[in-house]
Design a binder for this molecule. Structure first.
Ligand code: CMC
Length: 428
């Protein structure tokens, strides 16, 4: 028999169905709460206890440190898959056959040009503009050059919109970097694989050949996979809620990029390196910064630590930490901030402030050190996160539209003034 949960208010009882997911996650479904009770709502700032949707894409268990895309463990995918395979898996639900993967990439290559007029838009930005703002604007601008509204009931139209985005987004990422570096805009080389081509588009100098370094390519492939989805985080929820108004795919993704930018979310990867650099320049005294992080009067937080959902460890951080060691060794890079990062981690894991609050390194703690070793400038780190997260955003947007979810529109508890009379300006 299905379970129910009962709310009692003012002597009256109201029953609500209990929903159980495939991993036995339990939720009280309160869809009928307002109607049944004559106006009662729930209040949950930051949605710490609120499920906004049912989703079959990503499973995350924060207590046990589990992350799976469509049932496959993140550890196995990071080790064995290509980023494009993972993108297909997230978006379409299954790992692709070789033929399906070949077709996907063939279709992407056909769409991988960006209208030349877009270059004029990019030109309008100063070189100093933050790449996340530029990327969000360019993604939004793509709409003007690909104006057809997507009929989400047409598999073909949905597929074509997704292909366009998977094809053009890496070009925008590369152009954003090239603009910053004062280099001519380029389209890369479609004889290369998806990730290798991204590297070439980003780093090829006009007067030199560019040979993809397999160590760099494999590290980037892994990082992109680890960032590819993370269920209903801030930017993904943004993508879903913007899309729920039936705004198009590109507009929804552009909004997601803005949400990702913040230092409490994807922007943390830039903030971590800046913090580590700051500690290094200040003499490398990690204890001083541990003290600042614990001081409630001090706004300083240990960036790259803590997570809304992971209260044990972030499985992505484990993989990235090992990868940081490997990549730096293989590339022969010595980065003193890696030692500072390891020192901070060790101290935090032994400190009751962090232990009691279950604060562990998250995905962003070590990723910047790898990006830096790959030659990616600090301000581009969050852009790289966005590049990785793109398939997840697309998958979540597609799921939301196919499930015909209603427009996202939370309620509030009003705490402002009651009705009062207008005062003429002379009497205020
Ligand atoms: N440094 C010091 N104290 C912290 C930190 C930190 N990084 N994170 C949380 N706390 C403390 C916080 O002050 C609070 O203490 P108290 O209970 O005494 O008031 C307690 O831990 C709970 O923190 P919270 O802010 O209520 O937790 P949250 O779930 O709302 O926030 C978080 C999660 C990730 C925003 C937060 O841990 C944080 O700001 N971390 C640093 C930024 C960061 O690394 N963000 C990347 C997250 S992972 C990638 C992604 O999402 O994109």
């Amino acid at each position: 028999m299905s379970k129910t949960a009962t709310i009692e208010l003012d002597g009256k009882k109201y029953d609500f169905p209990v929903v159980v997911g495939t991993e036995n996650e339990v939720a009280i479904e309160i869809k009928s709460l307002r109607g049944d009770t004559g106006g009662l709502i729930t209040l949950d700032p930051g949605y710490k206890n609120t499920g906004s949707c049912k989703s079959a894409i990503t499973f995350l268990n924060g207590e046990e440190g589990i992350l799976r895309y469509r049932g496959y463990s993140i550890e196995e995918l990071a080790e064995k898959a290509s980023f494009l395979e993972v993108a297909y898996l997230l978006i379409f639900g299954e790992l692709p056959t070789q033929d399906q993967l070949d077709k996907l990439y063939k279709d992407i290559k056909k769409e991988s040009h960006v209208d030349e007029e877009m270059k004029k838009i990019l030109d309008g930005f100063p070189k100093s503009a933050h790449p996340m703002g530029v990327l969000s604007s360019l993604t939004s601008a793509l709409i003007a050059f690909n104006p057809s509204a997507v009929n989400v009931d047409s598999d073909e139209e949905m597929y074509n919109a997704i292909i366009k985005l998977l094809a053009k987004f890496p070009v925008l990422v590369a152009w954003t970097l090239r603009k910053k570096n004062g280099q001519p805009l380029d389209y890369g080389d479609s004889s290369l694989g998806y990730v290798d081509n991204i590297l070439k588009m980003m780093f090829k100098k006009p007067h030199e050949n560019y040979e993809v370094d397999p160590v760099v390519s494999s590290a980037l492939n892994k990082l992109l996979i680890l960032h590819a989805d993370h269920e209903q985080n801030c930017s993904t929820s943004t993508v879903r809620i913007v899309g729920s108004s039936h705004a198009g795919l590109f507009a929804s993704i552009s909004a997601g990029i803005s949400a990702l930018w913040g230092p409490l979310h994807g922007g943390a990867n830039q903030a971590v390196i800046e913090m580590l650099e700051g500690i290094k320049q200040d003499g490398g005294d990690t204890k001083k910064y541990m003290g600042k992080a614990k001081d409630k009067e001090d706004p300083f937080r240990l960036m790259g630590f803590g997570h809304r959902v992971y209260k044990n460890f972030d499985p992505r951080a484990k993989i990235i930490k090992k990868s940081a060691d490997d990549v730096l060794n293989q590339l022969g890079v010595e980065d003193p901030v890696l030692d500072i990062a390891k020192g901070l981690e060790k101290e935090a894991l032994e400190d009751s402030y962090f232990v009691d609050r279950k604060l562990y390194p998250n995905v962003d703690f070590y990723s910047g050190i790898i990006y830096r070793a790959l030659g990616i400038p600090t301000e581009m780190f969050t852009v790289m996160f966005a590049l990785g997260r793109l398939p997840g955003w697309i998958a979540q947007w597609r799921e939301m539209r196919l499930e015909k979810e209603p427009i996202g529109r939370p309620r509030q508890v009003y705490t402002g003034e009651n009705l009062r009379d207008f005062k003429d300006i002379s009497k205020r």
